[in-house]
Each structure stands twice: as C-alpha cells, then as structure tokens.
Design a protein around this ligand. Structure first.
Ligand code: DGJ
Length: 719
C-alpha cells in the first residue's frame, strides 16, 4: 500500500518506488510536514521549539507556532507570516482562517477535478484525502495526494466547500505547500519570450520570497510553470533535486520563500494578482493539480521522472504511437496559400516520404494577412474554389494525411464574427481593448461563445477528413471583463476562460476521436502539462533557427519528454550541410519540415527523403526512450545526449556543435548506460564498439566549423 497512516505517531506516509513523503497530525489540529526524500525506514522528525514574535495558540503551547513548524498546507492570517497557500475572505472581511485537521480517507484511483486536465490513474493508483475545517466561515478544505508509484511522482490539489451561510471569496489558492528543512538550495526556472522560450536559469535561493508567475492568461513564453529546487552541488547525475509543475495552462504563481528559520517553503498554484473566486453557500472550488517529484540522482533523474509521468499519465495514449513527419506550410507560404499550390505541395510531399501536409494559417474567411478573418471559420472560396472537402480529398489521393490550422480563442475586429458579436470579446465597458498581433480575445468564460465555436467547427469540418489540428493562440489576455459576471466577480474570468478552452479542447478530442491535436501558442507559449493532456505534441517555438533550437530543446527536456516536442527543419536553401545540421538538431524531438518544397532542388529532396527514412528507423527511441544529457549547450560549446530503450540494446547518440565550438578540442563523451560485455554496431556508419568502450567514452574532436553535428545509432549486435 503506497499510503499508510501510522496511528502511534499519527503520521501519514506516502511511498513511491524510490521516494517517501510524510506528514503528521500534531496537537490534534495541525498538519506538520515531516519528510520528503529518498525512501527510508526512518527519518528525522521535526522537533518543535519556541521563537519569539511567532504567535501560538494557548491550547497548543508556545513551541507550536504556525509561523515556525513546517506546514502541510498554509493559511493566511492566523499566525503563519510566511507566504500563505490559501487566503479566503469570509463574512468578517478579514481573510483570517484557521483550518483544523478533521479526518482522512483513502480513494482508489484519482479524485476527479471537474473541468480541468489532470493525471490519469489506473487500478493501482491510490489517493489520500485529508479533511480540514474552519468553523467560523463554515468552509471545509480537502487536500488530495495521488501517488504515482512507478513514476516517483505525487500529485496534489485542494477542494474548498462552502458549507457556511455566507459567501466566501478565495483570494489566493495554491495547489500545494512544501516546507523543506533547509535553504541551501539552488532554484531552477525557465524564463523567456516569444521566439526565445525556456531559457535555463539557476541561482542560489536567498532569504525572502522568490517567485515566477504568469499574469497573461496563458502559462506563457515568459515563465514556464516548471520549477526545481536542488542541492547547490547537484548536477545531471548527482544530488538531491525536487521538481515541481502544474497541470494547468493559464496564469499561475510558483513561489519559494526562505524564512527566518533557514527553511524553504515551495508553493505552486493560483496566485493573488491573477485570481479570485467567490463561493456561495453550497458551492465548491477545485484547484489545478500540482506535480512533485524527488530525485537523489541529480537533474537527469528528475527529468526522466517527469518524462515517464507525462507520457504515462498526461499525454493521450494515441500520442505514444509514431507521430507523422509533417510538411507545414507556414514559413514557406505565410498567408499566400491556395488549392492549386497546396495540391502541388501534397504531391511533392508524398514523393519525399512526408506523412502529412499541414495547411497553416490563411485558409478561412478574409484571412489574407493577420489583420482580418480570425473567428470566421469557413473556407475562403477564393483560395479553395471547390471547398474544403474536395481539396482535402485531393491531398489524400497522394497517399498522405492532412492537417489544418485553427486559432479558436481569438478574433480580428475585422471579421464577420466581431461585427455580429462585439460583446463576445474580452473588453472593459467604456475602455478600448488593446490589440496584440491585430487581434482580440474571445470571452471563453462565456459558455455561449464556446457553444458557438462548437457549432461553427462542426459545420466547417463536417465531411472533411482532417487527421490533425494545429491549435494556435497568438496573444495574451488583458482588458479582462466578461458581461456574464457581476463586477465583484470579474477576477474569476481568467480561470473560467481556461475552463472554456479546456471544454472546447475536450469537445475536439471527443468529436474527432481519430484526429490528433498539436497545440501551439505563438510557438511555445503554452508548453505545459495542461495542454499536453489534449495535444499529441506542442510546437516548441516559432524560432526554427537550429542554433537557438539546440539550447531550447535541451531546456524543454528538463521537464518535458521529447514525445511532446515538435521540431521542424526549416528552409536550408540549397546548403546540404545546413540541411544536415538542421535535421540532426530536429531529430532530438518529433521531426517535421517547414519549407517550400516546390523550390527545393532534386539533391535536397533526395536528402530529405533519406533523412525521413533514417529518422523512422530510430524515432521510437526519441519518442519513448530514456533521455541522458552528456553535455548541456548552456554550459558548454556543444550539446551531447543520448536516448536509450529500457534494456539498453539501442542507443541514439548525438553531438551538436554550437557556433562558438573551437576547432581541435577533443571531447570524451561517456555513454554510461551502455551494457557491459556486448558489442554495439552504429547502424548509420557501420562502426562497432564494445559496451565498455561506449561507457569509457567516445573520443570526438570538435570541428569548430559552422553546422557541424553527428548522430550515431547503436544497436546491440546479436550473437
Ligand atoms: C504562430 C505559430 O507559432 C506559427 O507556427 C504559425 O502557425 C502562425 N502562428 C500562424 O499565424
């Protein structure tokens, strides 16, 4: 049983394959965090002590101050001055609550979070429910812990039930608190911007609150919801690492606070500035799910825990099958597409061996540029004279499948939809809403809008054999107001917006069961576990320059598996070496192409055909294998990694030089997972190596030249 309650010391112990997590009930009221780390029979328990200026209740005694003991979940206003997880304003207007432990129960499987994505359980999954209550507001608080044993992951969320007589307002609602016993940690986060997503940032924690957040209504390019706290000496292979994430795609807050006792509080969830929610008597609210993992073997193991968890528990099952190698039209054509041109694209794509043609933006309404047409989801008959269905059938006659671009949440003011329903956009009455990429945002918190979109997409795609949707979102939310809510509940709109988006995604999933969705938000602006639940992959970034992709793909792999990472070879011109480099960078994830196939020379097309064939021979390792980073491109002049299967009989090895790499420098690149006592053949060159040789390291000189990369696909030689 992965969850136990030890009556003797009132301690809950949750175990995964390699980790343990414990908290106890103290003074018959408090939940005190005791341990999170390596699986062990015994751990050092927290010993209460007195600290002046830290309040306590008479009945508990002055050694039990809520300001000092490690909390399992923290509350505003009743003696804990650290950053709180929950701020709830009841009838007295103070925001003070005092939730007290009441009871627990076990649940088989998971506890469902209505309307939000969450990790999938199975027959072995167990959940612990802890009940707490605040008598004065009449609110009940339920804490949920789901144990994913094999993946070394515990997920958490909370539910608040208003059982009182007055309304309460939730002003801050974190999905989890974790009070760690030390502060000698580094904090790792991923920051960025459009075409510059997920830069790696690592810095020692310092006293005070350090946080990252999104107030943009999307998880954002600017800060990814992933965060890790690790030993200051932790590296890829060694050291204690705690990794965290949220299964949510909207605004969020991740916090780490080092307090006066030199401990660290970690919290993830819905923060103050971007969130508020009123609960009337009888109503309840459930937070998004937070994900925690612990690794005693450095960052690499944390990443692999997240990869396994995301593949097994988050991504749709169909995403684990081979992904099509697509040719996408965007960088080749932008809005300049029509039936005749794309049928030629389809014909050429089939010849090269691409699996699918993806028609990007520009096929609908008056969408000849980004200033018009968004919201009008009917085919542009100037470009596609016979309509969508005959065109798609024409594409498919070449033996390839077909994908199409949509951006459901957005609208151009110059659109039929806006002219008919100006009240359906997010805009504050009396104020002019700001444009971003010439577009406004539809009020997805209004169910009428979502119903309209469902109706509109039903009509447009009726009888059209689409195999893949690319779901884009090209701006963030501001001027947020919805006429569906009263003035004092407007701060609910961003959360309700996200629920509307998820409802529409779910509808697509159910209405088109054989179709896959690639999500995108101006590139990787919603590269999160929420979107990964619906999409089979995510467009990593609008930046397809391979030198940028080298580090971006590496930092994405810190928290997310390669199976979600959509990587395109973009226009190499006629430069064969550049094509090779772009390919070797892109095969680190799910390969696709984004170039004008009609302009490609015969040798380039032949080489792409060879690449696609080669990629398909090893892509299962990228999609499902274990990822090991040998050299990080943000720490060295080159990137080196490998993917390997469970029994280590296959290894895909990569070395990619950055522009700064120096000629003549030799590197020893150790493939430590290679098996001893066997011989491996590199199927790409025919060279043979023993497992011992690979473990000792491939000794490779850097060329120090533009566009240099090498790839080796080792397969164990059968006797
Ligand atoms: C942004 C996406 O990231 C691009 O790939 C492309 O789909 C454009 N939007 C289309 O407008």
């Amino acid at each position: 049983m992965p969850i136990k309650f030890k009556k003797s010391d009132k301690t809950f112990i949750l175990t995964t394959k390699n980790t343990a997590y414990a908290f106890s009930v103290e003074c018959d009221r408090y939940l005190v965090h005791q341990y999170y780390g390596k699986k062990t029979a015994a751990f050092k328990r927290y010993e209460p002590y007195v600290v002046s200026f830290s309040p306590y209740l008479k009945e508990a005694g002055n050694s039990w101050s809520p300001d000092i003991f490690p909390q399992e979940y923290s509350f505003f206003g009743s003696g804990d001055f650290r950053t709180a997880a929950l701020k709830l304003k009841g009838a007295d207007g103070t925001g003070v609550t005092d939730f007290v432990y009441r009871s627990y129960r076990y649940i088989n499987g998971t506890h469902e979070i209505e309307g939000l994505p969450q990790a999938r359980g199975d027959e072995d999954t167990k959940t612990l429910e802890i009940k707490m209550a605040d008598d004065l507001t009449g609110c009940e608080l339920l804490l949920y812990y789901t144990v994913f044993y094999e993946e070394d992951v515990i997920t958490r969320h909370i539910l608040i039930k208003n059982k009182g007589k007055s309304a309460v307002k939730i002003e801050k609602c974190m999905s989890m608190t974790l009070d760690l016993p030390s502060c000698d940690y580094d904090l790792i986060t991923l920051w960025g911007g459009h075409v510059d997503e997920r830069n790696y940032q690592r810095a020692p924690l310092h006293h005070g609150v350090q946080s990252i957040c999104s107030r943009r209504g999307a998880s954002s390019h600017q800060y990814n919801p992933f965060m890790a706290v690790c030993d200051q000496k932790a590296n890829e292979e060694k050291g204690d690492v705690y990794g965290f994430n949220l299964v949510y795609s909207g605004s969020f807050l991740d916090e780490a606070e080092v307090d006066q006792t030199e401990r660290t509080r970690v919290q993830l969830g819905l923060g103050e500035e971007n969130f508020g929610y009123t609960l009337l008597p009888g109503e309840e609210f459930t937070s998004p799910e937070a994900v925690m993992t612990y690794s005693s073997k450095g960052l690499g193991q944390m990443s692999r825990n997240f990869h396994n968890f995301t593949r097994n528990r988050i991504m749709p099952k169909k995403a684990l099958k081979p992904h099509p190698v697509v040719l996408n039209t965007w960088e080749a054509c932008y809005f300049n597409i029509d039936e005749e041109k794309l049928l030629r694209f389809a014909e050429e794509s089939a010849k090269v061996g691409f699996d699918m043609l993806v028609m990007d933006d520009g096929w609908f309404g008056a969408r000849n540029h980004d200033r018009a047409g968004l919201g009008d989801w009917y085919v542009n008959t100037n470009k596609f004279k016979n309509g969508l269905a005959p065109f798609v059938k024409g594409v498919k006659q070449n033996g390839i499948s077909f994908g199409i671009w949509i951006e459901p949440e957005m609208i151009n003011p110059d659109s039929d939809l806006y002219r008919a329903h100006p009240e359906w956009v997010l805009a504050v009455p009396g104020r002019e809403p700001s444009l971003s990429r010439e577009q406004l945002v539809l009020d997805m918190s209004n169910s009428e809008v979502v119903d309209y979109l469902i109706d509109s997409f039903t009509k447009t795609f009726e009888g059209v054999p689409v195999d893949y949707f690319k779901w884009d979102a090209n701006r963030h939310l501001c001027d947020i107001y919805s006429p569906t809510l009263p003035a004092d509940r407007q701060d609910e709109v961003p959360f309700r917006f996200m629920k509307g988006v998820y409802r529409l995604l779910k509808w697509f999933e159910e209405h088109f069961p054989d179709t896959v969705i690639e999500t995108c938000a101006g590139g990787g602006g919603r590269y999160d576990l929420g979107m990964m639940q619906y999409g089979f992959q995510i467009w990593t970034s609008d930046n397809t320059w391979p030198y940028a992709r080298v580090w971006m793909q590496r930092s994405s792999l810190l928290a997310y598996p390669a199976a979600t990472m959509s990587c395109h070879v973009s226009n190499p011109g006629e430069d064969m070496k550049s094509l090779d480099y772009r390919y070797k960078v892109a095969v680190g994830g799910m390969l696709g192409y984004e170039l004008n196939i009609l302009n490609m020379t015969a040798p380039i097309k032949e080489e792409m055909a060879r690449q696609v064939k080669e990629y398909k021979s090893f892509e299962h390792l990228v999609r499902l294998g274990d990822y090991y980073c040998i050299a990080c491109p943000f720490l060295s002049d080159y990137s080196s990694y490998y993917y390997t299967n469970e029994d280590r009989s296959e290894i895909l090895f990569s070395l990619i030089e950055k522009r700064s790499a120096k000629k003549g420098v030799t590197k020893t690149l150790k493939i430590k997972e290679a098996k001893k006592g066997v011989t491996y053949v590199d199927l790409l060159s025919g060279s043979k190596y023993t497992g011992e040789e690979l473990r000792a390291g491939l000794v490779l000189p850097l060329a120090g030249e533009k566009d240099t990369a090498s790839l080796m696909y080792f397969v164990e030689e059968k006797q």
